[in-house]
Design a protein around this ligand. Structure first.
Ligand SMILES: Nc1ncnc2c1ncn2[C@@H]1O[C@H](COP(=O)(O)OP(=O)(O)OP(=O)(O)O)[C@@H](O)[C@H]1O
Length: 245
């Protein structure tokens, strides 16, 4: 971990961060300075990826150590996070709160204090070529269209970092390819969590999370072969403490 990064207090910095539920450690001993523009977090089912993402966003507070986003505790200062952290969940239905497209898009902008939130939302939709969707019930959009709506909601708020939870898992190949291109062109810091090496192969830095700890941290060309070999080995044994059955 770079000391100079900590002095500047930019980026996301974890120091001895951990998270436990009823005495059971889910995440342990995380010491990280996340400053790169494209970061991947790779891990198998139950390794703690979603919990880590919630910790980075301040949706949960660490039960040990600290998490800071640009020097601010994200769990304590939710307002400061509106312009710093955006999240794109795997399932858009976990994210969408409002019945119509324009209401959904305007919500975050209103939280940021924009009095003209709805007008901004309509303008953004029109710029995307979907001005006619504004008053449409969200329930009439397909899964891929709802995922796109969630991304547009996040982008309108212009956060410095976007956290992506398995963003391609429920999308067909053309929709995933379009979303992937759109994400690749964004100036923001992107932190993508996935169990699939392909989804994080283009990152500047890849963290392999195993049983709530960092097992490897480096370029994808180094981390992915080690991860893939370990997953193949685990696939050959019958018992797995992290999964039922
Ligand atoms: N509220 C909770 N109570 C008890 N255990 C929990 C809770 N939330 C998460 N866990 C456990 O913590 C571990 C990590 O869960 P998490 O959802 O972060 O993993 P993940 O890597 O995102 O998994 P997946 O790829 O399957 O979505 C799992 O063993 C899970 O059962």
């Amino acid at each position: 971990m770079s000391g100079s990064v900590e002095h500047k207090e930019s980026g996301i910095v974890l120091r001895g961060a951990g998270f436990a539920i009823r005495g059971t450690a889910i995440l342990s001993g995380l010491d990280l300075a996340l400053t790169e523009r494209r970061i991947g977090i790779l891990g198998r089912n139950g390794s703690g990826k979603t919990t880590l993402l919630r910790l980075l966003a301040g949706l949960i507070a660490p039960t040990s150590g600290t998490v800071k986003v640009d020097g601010i505790d994200p769990a304590r200062d939710r307002k400061a996070m509106l312009s710093r952290i955006g999240i794109l969940f795997q399932n858009p239905d976990q994210q969408i709160l409002f019945p119509t497209v324009v209401e959904e898009l305007a919500f975050g902008l209103r939280q940021q204090g924009h009095a003209d939130a709805e007008a901004r939302a309509r303008t953004a939709l029109a710029a995307e070529g979907h001005g006619d969707w504004a008053d449409r019930p969200v329930s009439t959009l397909s899964q891929g269209q709802r995922q796109w709506l969630c991304l547009l909601s996040v982008l309108l708020m212009q956060p410095g970092t976007i956290l992506l939870d398995e963003p391609f898992a429920a999308l067909d190949l053309p929709t995933a390819a379009r979303l992937s291109r759109r994400l690749a062109a964004l100036p923001q810091r992107l932190i993508t969590i996935s169990h699939a090496p392909d989804a994080v192969a283009q990152c500047d830095r890849l963290l392999w999370l195993e049983a709530g700890r960092i097992r490897a941290d480096g370029p994808p060309a180094e981390v992915i072969p080690a991860f893939t070999a370990e997953m193949a080995r685990l696939g050959e044994v019958d018992a797995d403490p992290h999964l039922p059955g």
